[in-house]
Design a protein around this ligand. Structure first.
Ligand code: MN
Length: 369
């Protein structure tokens, strides 16, 4: 692995040894991407599934994600992959798991963002592959392979497969490139030669950058206009705040129609677009319900958080952890069972204003209990 850092290489090597020996001791692998799968979670899951097939081991991907809640181009790809790969929900996982089953979690290393809840019970049968920095909710497994130097879980999987001499199909190379593309914000955050070398290698394996970019183009004009209008109405409710370090924050929730139910995608889009303005961090809060969109919501509130990468960066992951969420320092989220969006907004506002005072922060959080 001539082009990646020593640390990253060590992790891939250790993962390789552990994975091969674990695969020798099992006849069934459950692959678990994080909730609300994205291209990286999906691509790395498919690559793990290919790896299992190479060793003749049966595998399936465990997710409770509902295709109707997915972004159209992602849904199309997912439905296509469903024909070739086995996807099951957590109920089926519960029915089918055995003592010697192996669980491989990908693109997340924390308990609260994955659909299964029994990971701590089977520490030695759980492998975790991720590129996010672990927090307090990290999964307790001795088989934790986390490299924050990797751009994505897809990049880790690419080197793993390459090193194991596993044939990488054009389709899988394409998916892995989509994973890298998403997690580097359209290659925008690729800032070192090794990142570009990974992309070059994926292209050599048959991936096509234009096709990947096409995955991110929008197919349905009317639907997109509707989404944009909804998002614009939400964005117009944004308020700005400044903390004691003169960092500027935006907090946004629909104060005119606070009961409006959004998809996770709409809230994330709104939050991403706020980062275009001159501010350091943005938070978007809204009710979410994947099943009955627009109807009576089940008191579930999501917060999406983003921050700009600069020397005075706001660590939005640590803020989301206070709300039982998590993520990266510049991209994080939380979902809570709660029915008072204004309370959450006030609590968040107070927390960001009390930058360095942990005791004060805990005090503010009490209103949510
Ligand atoms: Mn990822």
């Amino acid at each position: 692995m001539e082009n990646i850092s020593k640390n990253f290489e060590n992790i891939v090597n250790r993962l390789k040894t552990t994975l091969v020996s674990c695969l020798n001791e099992t006849d069934k692998v459950f692959i678990v991407p994080h909730n609300n799968m994205d291209f990286d979670a999906l691509a790395s899951s498919i690559a793990i599934s290919d790896t299992c097939s190479f060793y003749g081991i049966d595998s399936c991907i465990v997710t409770n994600d509902n295709p109707s809640d997915m972004k159209p181009s992602f849904r199309e790809l997912y439905l296509e992959l469903e024909k070739k790969y086995k996807f099951i929900d957590t109920d089926e996982y519960e029915r089918n798991k055995k003592d010697n089953s192996l669980v491989i979690i990908t693109d997340s290393c924390v308990k609260n963002l994955i659909p299964i809840s029994d990971v701590s019970l089977k520490k030695d049968k759980t492998i975790v592959i991720d590129h996010h920095i672990p927090d307090t909710k990290v999964i307790t497994s001795g088989k934790l392979f986390v490299s924050s130097e990797a751009s994505s879980a897809s990049e880790i999987l690419f080197y793993l497969m390459k090193d194991l001499d596993i044939y990488i199909t054009t389709e899988t190379a394409q998916l892995l490139l989509a994973g890298v593309y998403l997690d580097t914000n359209g290659l925008y955050f690729v800032n070192n030669p090794s990142g570009f070398k990974t992309i070059a290698k994926l292209l050599q394996y048959g991936a096509n950058l234009q096709d990947v970019q096409n995955l991110f183009t929008i197919s349905n004009f009317e639907d997109d206009m509707k989404q944009k209008e909804l998002i614009l109405k939400l964005l117009k409710c944004t308020h700005f705040y400044t903390d004691s370090n003169s960092r500027r924050y935006a907090i946004c929730f629909n104060k005119n129609n606070s009961d409006t139910v959004y998809t996770n995608y709409q809230l994330s889009e709104a939050c991403d677009s706020l980062l275009q303005y001159s501010l350091d961090a943005a938070f978007v809060i809204g009710y979410v319900d994947s099943e009955k969109l627009g109807e009576d919501h089940s008191n579930k509130i999501a917060i999406k958080a983003r921050s700009k990468i600069n020397e005075n960066q706001v660590d939005v992951s640590s803020i989301m952890q206070l709300f039982d969420g998590g993520g990266d320092s510049n991209r994080a989220a939380s979902t809570m069972e709660f029915n008072d969006i204004i309370k959450i907004k006030n609590c968040l506002k107070n927390i960001i204003k009390s930058t360095n005072n942990d005791r004060e922060k805990k005090e503010y959080l009490k209103i949510l209990k």
